[in-house]
Write a protein that binds this ligand. Structure first.
Ligand code: CUA
Length: 161
C-alpha cells in the first residue's frame, strides 16, 4: 500500500501530539501538582486535620519571631474557619504563614488582591507565607468547585493597625 509522503508526515505528527498529551497529563497527575503541596506542608489526617501533629486548632498564633504569625485555617463546605463567620485578624507590619487544610473535599484559598492562592487538598497541608505592611481588608474566596454552595464560600482577612 502506498501512503503519500504528506499523509505520512501528518500521521506521525498527530501520533506524536497524542503521546505528548498523555505524557503531560501523567506528569501533572503524579508529579508537579501533589509534590508542591506535599513538600511545603506535609500530610495530615484527611477528615480531621487537627488530629495531626503539624496542624493546630483553627486560629491565629504568635510565631517563632516578633512580628511573625501562624494562621491555621480549615476549609470545609462552604466555610473558611476562621474567615467566614469571623474575620482572620493580623496586625500590620507582620509576616504571616497560613497553614491551610480541608476536612472534606478540594477547596481553594485565595486572598483577593494578593498573590496568595493555593488549593487545599484533603490529606495535605498547604503553607504560604506573606508580608502585610499596611492596614487593609481583603476578601478570601474558594476557587475550586466544591459543591452547591461553592459560590457562597468566602471570608475576610483584616490587617489591623
Ligand atoms: Cu470551597 Cu469552592
Amino acid at each position: 500500500m502506498h501512503v503519500h509522503r504528506f499523509e505520512r508526515i501528518w500521521l506521525v505528527g498527530s501520533l506524536l501530539l497524542i503521546a505528548l498529551f498523555v505524557a503531560t497529563v501523567t506528569y501533572g497527575a503524579v508529579g508537579a501538582g501533589y509534590g508542591m503541596v506535599d513538600a511545603e506542608g506535609g500530610q495530615v489526617d484527611g477528615t480531621d486535620p487537627t488530629a495531626s501533629e503539624n496542624v493546630r486548632e483553627p486560629g491565629v498564633y504568635n510565631g517563632s519571631e516578633d512580628g511573625h504569625y501562624d494562621v491555621y485555617v480549615e476549609t470545609q463546605r462552604f466555610l473558611f474557619v476562621p474567615g467566614t463567620n469571623e474575620p482572620i485578624r493580623v496586625p500590620a507590619n507582620s509576616t504571616v504563614t497560613f497553614h491551610v487544610t480541608s476536612r472534606d473535599v478540594l477547596h481553594g484559598f485565595e486572598i483577593v488582591g494578593t498573590n496568595i492562592n493555593t488549593m487545599t487538598v484533603p490529606g495535605q497541608k498547604a503553607m504560604v507565607t506573606a508580608e502585610f505592611d499596611e492596614p487593609a481588608e481583603y476578601g478570601i474566596v474558594c476557587n475550586e468547585y466544591c459543591g452547591s454552595g461553592h459560590h457562597t464560600m468566602e471570608g475576610s482577612l483584616q490587617v489591623v493597625p
